[in-house]
Ligand binder design. Structure first.
Ligand code: ADP
Length: 250
C-alpha cells in the first residue's frame, strides 16, 4: 500500500525542513544577542549581573555555531575547488582564529616553504578548520598550546585510502585527548561526548575534505592531546589545470 507516501508531509524534503527551522532559530537568536549586548553596555549593571550577561552571550554564540553546523551538514554545497595559497589562507584567518580562542590558549601557525597551491574550495576548508579549532578549544578548558601546521606528506593509506602525497593541514592541541572508544567513534554523525554537542563537527569536516578528494585522519592520546590531519589535494592532482600543474617529485 503506497498511500502513506502520498501524504502531503511526505513530500517535504527533510533537509529543507531542517534548514528552514534552523534559519528561524538563528533569526530568534539575533535580537537576543542584541538585547544582551545593550545590557552589557549599560552603566548601572553590577559586576555580578555583567558576569551573567557574558555567560548568556557565550551561550547564544554557541547556539549559533550549533545552528551553523546543522545547516552545513543538512545542505553540503558542492565544492568549487580553485588553486589556493595556504600561506594566504592562514594569514587571512589568523585574526578570526585568535578571536575565538580564549587568551590562555597559545596559537602557533607553521606553514612549510615552497608549497604548491592546494586545489580546494577556500570557504569550505575555512569552515572545516573552524570546526576543528573549536573542538581543540573545548579540549583545553584550562588553556594550552594549539598548533596549525601545513606541509606536504603521504597520508596514512590505511586510514584514508589516499595514495598520493598531499597537502596536510594539521591542527594539534595538548588538551584532554580521546579515550580509545571516543577515537573509534569520532567523526561519526551524532557522536559526541559533550553535554551540548551535536556530534556533527568532525562529520562535516570529513564530508568537506572528502568532497575535495582528500581525507581526514585523527590521532589522539588520552590526557595528552589530539592531532586532526586534513589531507587536501595539491594543484598537481588536477589534470585539467595544465598551466599550473606540476608533477609529483617522487
Ligand atoms: P561535538 O564537538 O559536537 O561533540 P564533533 O564531531 O566535532 O562533535 O566531535 C565529536 C567528539 O570527538 C567530541 O564530542 C569529542 O569527544 C571528540 N573530539 C573532537 N575533537 C577533539 C579534540 N581536539 N580533543 C579531544 N576530543 C575531541
Amino acid at each position: 500500500d503506497s498511500r502513506g507516501s502520498d501524504a502531503p508531509y511526505m513530500q517535504i524534503d527533510p533537509r529543507l525542513l531542517l534548514s528552514s527551522i534552523v534559519h528561524d532559530f538563528n533569526n530568534q537568536l539575533t535580537p537576543i544577542v542584541n538585547i544582551l549586548e545593550e545590557l552589557q553596555r549599560r552603566r548601572d549593571s553590577t559586576g555580578r549581573e555583567l558576569g551573567k550577561i557574558d555567560a548568556a552571550i557565550y551561550c547564544a554564540f554557541r547556539a549559533k555555531v550549533l545552528a551553523r553546523q546543522l545547516l552545513d551538514f543538512a545542505n553540503p554545497r558542492p565544492a568549487m575547488p580553485e588553486p589556493t595559497d595556504m600561506h594566504q589562507l592562514l594569514a587571512q584567518l589568523e585574526f578570526v582564529l585568535t578571536s575565538i580562542l580564549s587568551p590562555n590558549i597559545r596559537l602557533t601557525l607553521e606553514v612549510a616553504d615552497r608549497l604548491p597551491p592546494a586545489m580546494i574550495d577556500q570557504q569550505l576548508v575555512e569552515r572545516a578548520l573552524l570546526n576543528v579549532v573549536l573542538n581543540a578549544r573545548d579540549a583545553m578548558p584550562g588553556g594550552g598550546d594549539l598548533t596549525i601546521a601545513v606541509d606536504l606528506a603521504f597520508p596514512p593509506s590505511s586510514k584514508t585510502g589516499l595514495p598520493k602525497r598531499m597537502i596536510r593541514l594539521s591542527v594539534s592541541d595538548n588538551g584532554v585527548g580521546m579515550e580509545d572508544r571516543t577515537l573509534k567513534m569520532a567523526g561519526q554523525p551524532n557522536f559526541s561526548t559533550k553535554r551540548n554537542g551535536t556530534g556533527l563537527g568532525l562529520a562535516t569536516v570529513r564530508q568537506i575534505v572528502e568532497s575535495l578528494g582528500g581525507g581526514l585522519s585523527i590521532t589522539s592520546k588520552h590526557r595528552h592531546g589530539t592531532t586532526i590531519d586534513m589531507w587536501l589535494p595539491a594543484t598537481w592532482a588536477s589534470s585539467s589545470n595544465g598551466a599550473g600543474a606540476r608533477r609529483e617529485g617522487e
